[in-house]
Design a protein. Structure first.
Ligand code: ARG
Ligand code: GLU
Length: 721
């Protein structure tokens, strides 16, 4: 007996080492009162949980918006002015840019409402309320059900819950899975569809440091842009119309001029996209030692080719800047993530945890029966999945990711329906219109010589990266017809394909008849595209899907088991693009032996980095003048201008543009990145190394006021001195 008690005590102490630190976690706003309020107040917060999230009164949450598909924005004026990152508004700013009016390069400031630029494809949404619906979702679910039957019951329940919730009004309603399908929450949202660009700094400020500094500290990026929400005369969301008026929000976030000190309490309120904190060691190994290295290598090859073209021509730079930023962002993040896990001994830590888990499982027959085989099953499943993941990365990054292949695929549907003799004329017309619109966008930013280089490089890497038996058929044809010479194959594809020439494709579509479908299916780029997508659909996708479904159901069980094993631990659900609160403190860190990073950067650092010869480090002349005259107004501090700061808030992609708030809920910064050493926090959080990077709100105000002279915008905001 004594021995058993001792063993138990040992087990408990072992688990407590897996308790997360106070800084870790992305918490559900609705549950703050229950789970976090006390800790937040102990850490210095002066608000209550209800000031942050309340459905009976307006609260901070009413000012937080999901921006586009994957960023956050917040309302900072009573006239619907919203703030987000420059990199979140990037596509909108780019889409309004031309060589003559290059808003990316020069910035953009609407002088009045009439000059604000509508952004056709942009919408933002506000959470109206959320509600736990686990019991309703699980109604009718029985333990002995197969996964398939279970899924179909869930689907029916989901539909009826969503339908009931959206019936009440014009809101949208969605049920989302939490804790790998152990819990469910309903989200009711209001979607605004008329959102207009109001202001953006020049890239030399908004993207200062560019991809060189991306994911890194010390950082000096003025990463912000401004938009405005427009609504109908009843203050309700509406499609774009000239008659629309600025939105009158339920809540406007006041802006603090007080700045930050080390150890100040901060919180981030936004829409983190995806984390995977509860995976087994096999998954961490697959991600950081198999998937990341391949992705990193392929992206590096593409980026080198981009760089060689973009550095030579301003037009190509505009065309490829957003694509380049996207590729580079993933590339660098994956490097940091793999390094971070290795440095943290992340795989070993998870293995130790699994051993303890196994002990707990075998300590009693119920748990043994329920969870006995789990860890072994993970092992087997991830071994197989890992191989397919490699193939998946090659076919998507190195095959389907080639631009001319993408262009060809826009006609897949048209080709397919045209083969049917009874095809309806209307359907053909619709498909033509769709293809024309996406192709015209595509060609606006397409440069063929660049794509041809990528084409050759990617197919070469594809061929050398996998076993012959895992390659799509096209490689056998290249062997046979071109003696394995991919360049020769590229010459033929680019020489003969109609997709090499935008005027030719557009003219073809203009006069298209279904009887001409062979002209599409015989096109060499189209043939390649079809072979790649067939290979993907037949040989890779079905197997990956089966394996991932198996992992999903194992994870549901594993998550449940982990929560049972540590009943005292507060578990936060993995990020899933729903609204969350992360809190922590302003803190410096030691990234490596003998190196210490301060928590704040200043304008002095921008001047230090200034280098007219390096694109990412060109400093605007006007900014230099402001620096020389130290004209910082009320925004400066101790004779300088603060630019960015870091904290221990647990954030991820999607948190970009999220407000950083102080103990009183006032805006002190704008989240836009994480420090490189801590990018493994999507898999494992380390309080010593994980820091989120925020723009100091005073630098934002300084740029709007002193640099751009947009006083009318400052006048709209609520500044707290
Ligand atoms: N790393 C940040 C994020 O994940 C910023 C990305 C945009 N900036 C860039 N230089 N590519 O979104
Ligand atoms: N830049 C990221 C975003 O766009 C935030 C950085 C991160 O992943 O934490 O959401």
């Amino acid at each position: 007996m004594k021995f058993k008690a001792l063993l138990f005590a040992l087990l408990i102490s072992f688990f407590t080492t897996f308790q997360s630190s106070a800084d870790e976690g992305m918490w559900i706003p609705m549950l703050l009162e229950q789970l976090n309020e006390k800790e937040m107040r102990d850490m210095g917060m002066r608000l209550t949980a209800r000031d942050i999230y309340d459905i009976n009164n307006s609260s901070l949450k009413d000012a937080i918006l999901l921006f586009g598909g994957g960023c956050t924005a917040e309302i900072i004026s009573a006239e619907g002015l919203i703030l987000t990152n420059h990199h979140c508004g990037y596509r909108e700013i780019q889409s309004h840019s031309t060589i003559q009016n290059d808003y990316l390069r020069d910035g953009f400031w609407a002088q009045n409402h009439n000059e604000e630029l509508p952004s056709a494809n942009l919408s933002v949404s506000r959470l109206v309320r959320m509600e736990e619906v686990t019991a309703k979702m699980l109604a009718g679910i029985k333990p002995e059900m197969t996964e398939k039957v279970r899924d179909s019951v869930l689907k029916i329940n989901r539909k009826s819950i969503e339908a009931a919730a959206s019936k009440e009004n014009t809101y949208e309603a969605k049920v989302r899975d939490f804790y790998y399908g152990n819990e469910f929450y309903l989200f009711v949202t209001e979607v605004f569809k008329d959102v207009r660009l109001v202001g953006a700094p020049p890239s030399s400020i908004g993207k200062f440091g560019g991809d060189t500094d991306n994911w890194m500290w010390p950082r000096h990026t003025g990463d912000f842009s401004l938009f405005r929400i427009y609504v109908d005369k009843d203050n309700k969301p509406a499609a774009f119309s000239k008659e629309n008026i600025p939105y009158k929000p339920l809540y406007t976030i006041p802006i603090s001029l007080k700045g930050v000190k080390e150890n100040d309490f901060t919180f981030i309120f936004g829409f983190p996209g995806r984390t995977q904190e509860y995976l087994p060691s096999d998954a961490i190994e697959m991600i950081t030692e198999v998937q990341n290295p391949i992705r990193i290598e392929l992206r590096r090859q593409k980026l080198d080719i981009y760089e060689s073209f973009m550095s030579q021509d301003q037009k190509i730079r505009i065309q490829y800047s957003a694509k380049d930023a996207g590729l580079s962002n993933g590339w660098k993040k994956w490097i940091g993530e793999s390094k971070g896990i290795a440095k943290l001994d992340g795989i070993e830590k998870k293995q130790d945890y699994e051993q303890a888990f196994q002990k707990w499982v075998s300590s009693n027959t119920t748990t043994q029966n329920q969870y006995g085989g789990l860890i072994d099953d993970f092992d087997k499943t991830f071994k197989t999945l890992s191989g397919y993941q490699q193939q998946l990365i090659f076919v998507t990054e190195a095959g389907l990711g080639i631009e001319i292949v993408k262009a060809a695929r826009t006609l897949s549907k048209l080709e397919e329906i045209s083969r049917n003799k009874d095809v309806l004329e209307d359907d053909v017309k619709k498909e033509i219109a769709k293809a024309k619109s996406s192709l015209s966008q595509f060609y606006k930013d397409y440069y063929l010589p660049l794509d041809k280089k990528i084409f050759v490089k990617m197919l070469e890497s594809y061929r050398s990266g996998l076993d012959k038996s895992q390659l799509p058929e096209v490689f056998a044809m290249i062997e046979k017809d071109y003696k394995g010479n991919i360049q020769a194959y590229a010459d033929v594809v680019f020489g003969k394909s109609m997709f090499s020439d935008s005027t030719q494709v557009m003219a073809f579509l203009q006069s298209y008849k279904p009887s001409q479908h062979k002209k599409i299916s015989n096109d060499p780029a189209f043939i390649l595209a079809s072979e790649l997508s067939d290979h993907y659909l037949k040989n890779i996708n079905p197997r990956v899907n089966v394996l991932e479904a198996r992992v999903d159901s194992m994870m549901r069980l594993y998550m449940k088991a982990q929560m049972e094993m540590q009943p005292e631990k507060r578990f936060y659900p993995d990020a899933n693009s729903t609204l969350r609160v992360a809190y922590g403190k302003v803190k410096p860190y030691y990234p490596k032996d003998a190196v210490f990073y301060e928590f704040q950067t200043t304008l002095e650092g921008i001047i230090e980095k200034d280098d007219p010869a390096v694109y990412d480090y060109v400093v605007d002349e006007r900014l230099k003048k402001l620096y020389a005259s130290k004209d910082y107004g009320k925004y400066g501090q101790n004779g300088t201008m603060p630019v960015c700061f870091i904290g221990t808030n647990h954030t991820t992609g999607g948190n970009s543009g999220s407000p950083a708030l102080n103990a009183d809920g006032q805006l002190i910064g704008l989240n836009f990145d994480r420090c490189w050493e801590g990018t493994m926090s999507d898999l494992m959080y380390d309080p010593d190394q994980c820091r989120n990077i925020m723009l100091d709100v005073r630098y934002f105000l300084f740029i709007v006021d002193k640099f751009a002279g947009a006083h009318h915008l400052i006048d709209e905001m609520v500044l707290v001195e």
